[in-house]
Design a protein around this ligand. Structure first.
Ligand code: COA
Length: 157
């Protein structure tokens, strides 16, 4: 399936995250579009995967600093899974965001853990009873080379 992933830091993107939250992440914290919009104003990003007009899935990242991001959610609607959509979303995220990315994932969520490991995320810690359901989570981090400080001569202009 051809998935085109677009950055959608706008109401349309926020509503896709709300839909994913309702349909895919029913066991975890809910994200409504108003909360997503608030984080977009703080520099967060939303990515949406399309096949034509059809929405396949998406991702939401919160920005802590230019060099540190949280991958808060990535999800593909059930009908479109196992066809490379998750990977396409992840590739687009890594093209668009610099710096380190961290996330939490349930220790039982092997499809997601496999996806993250394929892209270089490492498990750094197991957190007991992280979720309200009582499940443990892994904290996973993707370390990337920080942007080199700009040369003084470039800054002075
Ligand atoms: C995790 C998720 C986003 C993966 O999306 P996807 O489009 O199905 O993933 P892809 O087709 O791009 O596959 C990515 C890799 O994960 C593996 N994978 C995907 N689903 C899998 C499954 N059910 N079991 C085992 N491996 C799986 C694939 O094998 C693939 O690796 P490969 O190509 O080397 O074989 C999707 O399963 C999902 O939305 N899950 C529910 C939401 C969720 O748990 N999100 C993560 C927590 S925030």
């Amino acid at each position: 399936m051809k998935a085109t992933v677009k950055e959608e830091n706008n109401p349309r993107g926020a509503s896709v995250i709300e839909r994913l939250s309702e349909e895919v992440f029913t066991r975890y914290a809910r994200w409504d579009s108003a909360s997503v919009t608030m984080y977009l104003r703080l520099g967060g990003k939303v990515f949406v995967a399309y096949n034509g007009e059809e929405v396949l899935g998406g991702a939401f990242l919160r920005k802590l600093t230019d060099e540190l991001w949280e991958l808060t959610m990535i999800g593909v609607f059930p009908d479109y899974r196992m066809r490379g959509v998750g990977k396409a979303i992840m590739r687009k995220i890594l093209e668009s965001v610099r710096g380190e990315i961290y996330l939490h994932v349930s220790v039982d969520n092997s499809p997601a853990i496999k996806l993250y490991e394929d892209f270089g995320f490492l498990k750094v810690k197991r957190i007991s009873r992280f979720y309200s359901t009582g499940e443990d989570a892994y904290l996973m981090v993707l370390k990337r080379t920080p942007r080199r400080p700009e040369k003084e001569s470039d800054v002075r202009g």
